[in-house]
Each structure stands twice: as structure tokens, then as C-alpha cells.
Design a protein around this ligand. Sequence first.
Ligand SMILES: Cc1cc2nc3c(=O)[nH]c(=O)nc-3n(C[C@H](O)[C@H](O)[C@H](O)COP(=O)(O)OP(=O)(O)OC[C@H]3O[C@@H](n4cnc5c(N)ncnc54)[C@H](O)[C@@H]3O)c2cc1C
Length: 350
Amino acid sequence: VPLEKAQQEAEKYNLMLPLDLGARGSCTVGGNISTNAGGNMVIKYGMMRDSVLGLEAVLADGQIMTSMNQMLKNNSGYDLKQLFIGTEGTLGFITKAVLRLREKPKSTNTALLAIDSFDDVIKILKYIDKGLGGNLSAYEVMWKNFYEVITKTGSNHTPPLPGNHNYYVLIETSGADQEKDLDHFEKLLEMGLENKMIKDVIIAQSESDRKKLWAIRDDVEQHYQEGPVKMFDVSMPISEMENYVLEVNKRFSCIWDNYKCVVFGHVGDGNLHLIGGVGTDNVDEIHAMEECIYEPLKPISGAVSAEHGIGLEKKNYLHISRSETEINLMKSLKKALDPNSILNPGKVFD
Ligand SMILES: Cc1cc2nc3c(=O)[nH]c(=O)nc-3n(C[C@H](O)[C@H](O)[C@H](O)COP(=O)(O)OP(=O)(O)OC[C@H]3O[C@@H](n4cnc5c(N)ncnc54)[C@H](O)[C@@H]3O)c2cc1C
């Protein structure tokens, strides 16, 4: 079932499936579960794992494991569905799922903020999250080099704010009372402006404004128009992000005179996406670029995959984020459930 179709079905009952991502039209619920997809609302609703109550999976030996639990609480032995969530189809093939739908928020407020220091990006996250008392549903940050390309003259977007700031933050809130929530949201942002943490702000006044702001964040494709690039998906403690990006740039600049390292991401979830480009898709150069991105994650206990999974491409870097004991336990599970390695062989590890 395509994710978008599942979202639309939930809508019919005035409910919400709290997973949304750019690939909504093409990706499937089975794929979302098997990759434990994240998306734009993780800060409030968690990842796909948090929306799966039960599932059915076909095992490597042909048995069908039906575990269509409908309760939030069920500690009757092992929670077997977890074996199939985020394991990229290596332990079983998911054929059915019970999803946890949520009440649709009655109010949504969206704003784009311009901020000049990463310290303030973190302070505003804490300040807004605290001020909204749990109603923050997205905190998406675009570094200047992301925003500039997407909103440059001739692109599909008119810049809602001038492009001379270092960070652009797309904030979304969800609550129960549109008028009161908007009033409170505006007051919080005004205070942020007064104490100079926020340099500029625009608040969406309509659904069409809201869509335009999200379209800027979602238009990642623009970055693929300017030569070969590769997207990376990493996570780390938020306090490490600024230094991590500096370190990656330092490593790039030691190897290449001209390179691209565009940064954006679900900062509220500790998740950054980097779009790296070194002017070629030569395998050795791409490998060198991967090392620049992944190696600095080790000392800060970061992850080589935040939400896209390991697949085939990242398996050589799994050791950066997982200990030998962890990887061995993963291999033991694989051996126990799929001794002949017929399910997605070679994915995640060899
Ligand atoms: C434009 C775009 C934006 C994206 N944004 C995000 C984002 O914000 N957050 C995020 O988390 N991800 C994002 N992604 C990646 C996204 O998570 C995955 O594309 C999606 O969740 C995978 O679903 P799929 O149906 O496309 O799976 P596929 O890509 O077809 O498969 C992914 C893996 O799951 C396995 N698999 C597929 N179906 C099943 C099944 N039924 N049972 C067992 N294994 C199965 C496949 O074998 C494969 O190993 C984005 C992708 C794109 C293209």
C-alpha cells in the first residue's frame, strides 16, 4: 500500500497516520516499516516503529507469523514485531500491519525563521519546545547553502525571507485551538525576535503559504541539477552538529579545491542530511567523500544512518556506529531466522 493511500484512508475517518515524507507517493507502508522511516513529524510522534502496533510477516522457511496486536500495551513475552521493523527485509517479508492512527490536530501553525548562529538554533529549539508544552511537531533546519540554491532567481520558489542569514528553520506546531495557538505562537516568536535570537520570521497565514514554505524544504531535487552529488543521512547529539559540519568541510577541503557540502535536516531529531559533491562520480572519489562524512561520527557516537537504513551502500561503515558485539548479535539473529540467507542477502552486513 503506498504511504499516501494509507494517509488518505486515515483522513476519511478524520484521523492521521503520523508519518509523512517526500516519497509519500511512491514508497509503501511495508517499505516504511522495514526501514523504520522517520520523516517530518518524528519530534512529536516518533518514527514508524512508534506507529506499528502489530504485523504479519512471512519468514524465510515459509511460515507466516501473524502478530496483529491492536493494544498499546502487550508485554506477553517478546515483542516479535520489532524483529521486522527497521531490519530492511532481512528477517522476514511484511505482508500486513496494524497501524496506530492519531487524532488529527485541530490547529497547525507554521513559520520560517532566520537565525545567525547555531547556538541560537539550539536555544530556539529548547525555548519553542518548552513554550509550546509538547505541541512542536517539526523543527527542520536549512543551512544557508541549502536555502540559497532553492530560492535563487529562476528557481521555483520566491524567497520568503532574504538569503543573508546562516540558518533557516521551518517550525510547525500542532494543537487543539487555532486562534489561541496562533496567538501563543506569535508571542513566543516575538519574544525570540526581541531578544535577538531570531533575526527574521514569516508566519504562514494560509494553507497555501504553509505549502509554499514546506515546498522549499522538500525541494531537495534542485541540488541534483548542478553536477553529480550524493545524499547522506546521519545522526548525532544536536550539541555536536556545528562542529561535525565544520569537521566534514575541513576534511573535504584537504582533498578537493572545489566541492559541495550542502546541509539540511530534521535537527529536532538529531538528524542531518548532507549533499556532497566533488565534481565526479568516480568510485574512489565517492569512497573518499564517504570517509569524510562517516569517520567524524565515531568520536561523537553518531550514526551512519538516521532513517534511510544501511542497505548495500553503507554496510562497510556499520562498524562506525555499532560495536562488534552488536553486529555479531545481528548476525546471530539473521542466522537463526534465515539460515540460508535468502531474504535480502548481503544487505546490512555480509
Ligand atoms: C524524495 C524522498 C524523500 C525521503 N524522505 C525521507 C524522510 O524524510 N525520512 C525517511 O525516513 N526516509 C525518507 N526517504 C526514504 C524512505 O524512507 C524510503 O524510501 C521508504 O521508507 C522506503 O519505502 P519503499 O516502499 O520505497 O521501500 P523500498 O525502497 O522499495 O525498500 C526499502 C527496503 O525495504 C525492503 N522492503 C520493502 N518492502 C518490504 C516489505 N513489505 N517487507 C519487508 N521488507 C521490505 C526492501 O527490500 C528494501 O531493503 C525518502 C525517500 C525519497 C525518495
